[in-house]
Design a protein around this ligand. Structure first.
Ligand SMILES: [Zn+2]
Length: 449
């Protein structure tokens, strides 16, 4: 179901690829963009004509890293490092079930859509026994909201007794993980052009996964033709752990395990060495940059401008809300710009580069740069219409107004031509995502704060 032919006119159109158009139009038919150009749209008989005066039209934002279940544990361990934060939260996360995951996903996905996001991944890696089908629970939430979803089947098999960070109680058996991951791909993965759902394989991190599982997960992903994802080089603690356990840096470890390539994207990559940047660029390995989470946990600043200069794919991620609270993906564009400039000077990242990270760069990380990430005829009609008038009219450049300051109001969000957000309200669901989030938190941790 779509809303039929839609004409958006009188907007500042930022297609991301190709020149921007002041006073331009975008035409949507079915689930595709059919025209982008200057002046009024050459279309008669449109089902819907939208006068987007005072608005900026961009591609829908693409979120390349998330943990939706973490909605239920926001605001905890406020001053901890990543390893202390994880160690503090693992026992609580061991209590999740399908209801918590469904409600947390409903809240998290709704929040993302209200912030202009049309495609999102999720990295779910906590699967306590006997708690229902957690992977299916988040997929149900995404289908109901109608966002393009790339859930990744995460996993952990190296508990404390084997030198890993998580408690033994929440890790799974390696063989069970591989069987469950393949079953998730078979049940849900849709490789078609306009796919609303693609599954990736995502063992959690070098400090919670065995070398054997890392290798076998890569073999499974390549046999099934799906993508690979994990956390990498997030903190200096992780680098120390890898040197102690594996005798090499995180980047070298991934290369040794066959984990570099155009079908791989890593979350964070804060502490990369020069050789890693060269290898990522040469192999087309992607990075999900999560500046808010990196700042919140004091992890450091990723070398984004250097990755871009080397030609490596880079997208943005909100990471879980337990380490970024309510930061939206548009907020991550803002943070990415500030972080790079704070460390590397005012020319380190432009507003348009930040917008590209949040759109086409993310699409490239997910292997969907031919389908989404820009406004071009033939691409999927995933787009965001932002209000940049009112207070924001004082900034003459609409892309600057989107990225430099607080996130502007979202007037319209289309996913595959269907209206998901209109005038700042969700249109695809009658559920209240905020209430769902409260339910998830109460069920998991009660009223304690
Ligand atoms: Zn993460």
């Amino acid at each position: 179901m779509t809303d039929g032919p839609i004409v958006i006119e009188n907007a500042h159109v930022a297609p991301v690829r190709g020149p921007e158009i002041a006073g331009g139009h975008v035409v949507v038919e079915g689930d595709r963009i059919t025209a982008v150009g200057a002046g009024p749209a050459p279309v008669t008989g449109a089902a819907r004509r939208i006068d987007a005066s005072g608005c900026l039209v961009t591609p829908g934002l693409v979120n390349t890293h998330h943990h939706l279940y973490q909605w239920a544990t926001q605001g905890l361990f406020q001053d901890a490092t990543l390893f202390d934060w994880l160690t503090g939260l693992y026992d609580t996360w061991a209590g999740i079930d399908a209801e918590v995951v469904y409600d947390a996903a409903t809240a998290g996905l709704g929040w993302l859509a209200l912030g202009g996001c049309t495609t999102t991944t999720d990295h779910h890696y906590v699967f306590p026994r006997g708690r229902g089908d957690l992977f299916d629970a988040e997929i149900r939430a995404a289908r109901e909201l109608h966002v393009r979803f790339h859930p990744t089947r995460g996993s952990m098999d190296r508990g404390r007794s084997a030198g890993g960070l998580p408690p033994d109680e929440i890790v799974e058996d390696r063989e069970e993980i591989l069987v469950a991951t393949e079953a998730a791909i078979d049940a849900h993965h849709d490789p078609s052009f306009s796919s609303m759902l693609r599954v990736a394989v995502a063992p959690c991190s070098p400090f919670s996964v065995s070398e054997e599982l890392m290798s076998e997960a890569a073999a499974l992903a390549r046999r099934k033709g799906v993508r690979l994802h994990t956390h990498l080089a997030e903190t200096l603690d992780e680098e120390e752990h890898c040197r102690e356990q594996f005798g090499c840096t995180p980047g070298e470890y991934m290369e040794k395990l066959g984990w570099l390539g155009p079908d791989v994207w890593f979350a964070h990559c804060v502490h990369l060495h020069d050789a890693d940047i060269r290898r990522f660029a040469a192999t087309g390995t992607g990075t999900a940059h999560c500046p808010t989470s990196n700042g919140r946990l004091g992890s450091g600043v990723a070398r984004v401008s250097e990755l871009l200069a080397a030609g490596a794919p880079v997208g943005l991620g909100v990471d879980g809300t337990a380490s970024s609270e309510l930061t939206s993906l548009a907020g991550e564009m803002h943070q990415a710009l500030l972080f790079q400039r704070a460390v590397r000077g005012p020319a380190a990242l432009t507003a348009r580069q930040a917008l590209e990270l949040g759109t086409l760069g993310g699409a490239a990380c997910l292997g969907r740069q031919d389908e989404i990430g820009t406004l071009e005829p033939g691409k999927l009609a995933d787009l965001a219409v932002w209000r940049v008038d009112g207070y924001r009219a004082a900034v003459e450049d609409p892309v600057c107004a989107l990225v430099f300051g607080p996130t502007p109001p979202l007037d319209l969000l289309l996913v595959g031509g269907r209206t998901v957000v209109e005038h700042g309200e969700l249109r695809t669901t009658t559920a209240d995502p905020a209430q769902a989030g409260v339910r998830a938190r109460r069920r998991l941790i009660g009223d304690r704060t």
